[in-house]
Design a protein around this ligand. Sequence first.
Ligand SMILES: Cc1cc2nc3c(=O)[nH]c(=O)nc-3n(C[C@H](O)[C@H](O)[C@H](O)COP(=O)(O)OP(=O)(O)OC[C@H]3O[C@@H](n4cnc5c(N)ncnc54)[C@H](O)[C@@H]3O)c2cc1C
Length: 337
Amino acid sequence: MNGTATYDVIIVGGGPCGLAAGIEASKSGLTHLILEKGSITESIRRYPKMMRFFSTAENIEIGGIPFPITGVKANRNEALQYYRKVAGYYKLNVKLFTTVDRVEKHGEAFLVLTTTGQTYHARKVILATGYFDKPRWLGISGEELPHVTHYYDEPFQYSFSNVVIIGASNSAVEAALELYRADAHVTIVHRAEDFRKTVKYWLIPDVKNRVKEGKIHTQFNTCITRIEPGKVCTANLQTGEESELPADFVLILTGYIPDADLLQRCGVELNYETQVPVYDKETFETNVPGLYVCGTVMAGIYTEKVFIENGREHAQAIIDHIVGREVHQVKELIERI
Ligand SMILES: Cc1cc2nc3c(=O)[nH]c(=O)nc-3n(C[C@H](O)[C@H](O)[C@H](O)COP(=O)(O)OP(=O)(O)OC[C@H]3O[C@@H](n4cnc5c(N)ncnc54)[C@H](O)[C@@H]3O)c2cc1C
C-alpha cells in the first residue's frame, strides 16, 4: 500500500537521532513520518544485552524528557524503555519494519521508496540511518563462515569454547571480559600494540589485570590472515612470523560504518576516502536541497566522533532550517569532518 499524504518531513531511521528529529518536527507543527526498518531504536535493541552506556543518562536524553535511572549510566534495557516511552509521549508517527531503499527528488518534493515497493511523499527528508547495519569487513578469507560474526550479543553460547576476538576497542574489551567470566577461553588479536585509548577508563584495569593473570590472552601487533573452521591464521606485523590459534568462534569487533550506497542512492555526494557525505555544517542539508543527514550517518569513517550525545542536537538545527528560524548551533560538531 502506498502513502498518499504528503508529509512535511519524512525521517528515515527510528534511532535516538531520528526520534529527536520527529520530536522537533512535531514541536514545530510539522507533519512527520518516521520510517524504520526494524523495531523502535533497532540498533540499541541489537547491542550486547548487558551493555551499559558510557554517557550519563542525561547526555542521551531526547526531547527534553528526563531519563531517571538508579545509577548514573543507563544500560541497554533502560535505554530501550526510555526511548519507547518518549516516542509514545510525543505520539511520534512511526512506521516500523519498513526499509527505505532510496529517496528521489521530483521538482520541489520527495518520493521515498521502500524495498517492498511502497512509496511515501514528503516536502523534506531527513536521513537518520546510523551505522550499525554495516560492519567494517576485514576482507579476509573465511570471514563469511557461520562461526564468525561481527555482532556480539551475550556470552553464554561461548562457554567452554575457544573464542578469538578481533579488535581492541570498547566492544572488543567488553565482550572479552564477559566471555572470560562465562568460562570461555578468550584471545584478543589486534593490529596495534595495545588496547585503544578510547576504551572506557573503568574497563582498562579490569582487562589489563586479567591479561596479566593469563586469564585473557592477547596477541598485539598481529593481524588475522585467514579464518578456517576451528582456527584462525595470524601474522605478526613486526616479525612476519605466521601462526595459528584454535577458534571455535571468531568475533570481529572492529566497528561499523554508515551505508554509503544508501546515501548515494538518495543522490547524496560523498568524499571517496572518508565517505563523509556532502552537507552544510550548520544546517545538515546535503547537496540535495531539502534532504538532510542527522545523527551518526553523517560521520563517514569517523563514527567514533558522533554519538547520541551530539547527534541528538542535529535534529533541532535541521528543523530550525526547515521552518526558516535562526539555526540552533550544534556545539559538539566534530572539526575533523
Ligand atoms: C555498544 C555501543 C555502545 C554505545 N554507547 C554510547 C554511549 O554511551 N553514548 C553515546 O552517545 N553513544 C553511544 N553509542 C553510539 C550510539 O549508539 C550511536 O551514535 C547512536 O545510536 C546513533 O543514533 P542514530 O539515531 O544516528 O543511529 P541508530 O541508533 O543506529 O539508528 C538508526 C536507525 O535507522 C534504521 N535504519 C537503517 N537503515 C534504514 C533504512 N534503509 N530504512 C529504514 N530504517 C533504517 C536502523 O534500523 C536504526 O534503528 C554506542 C554504540 C554502540 C555500538
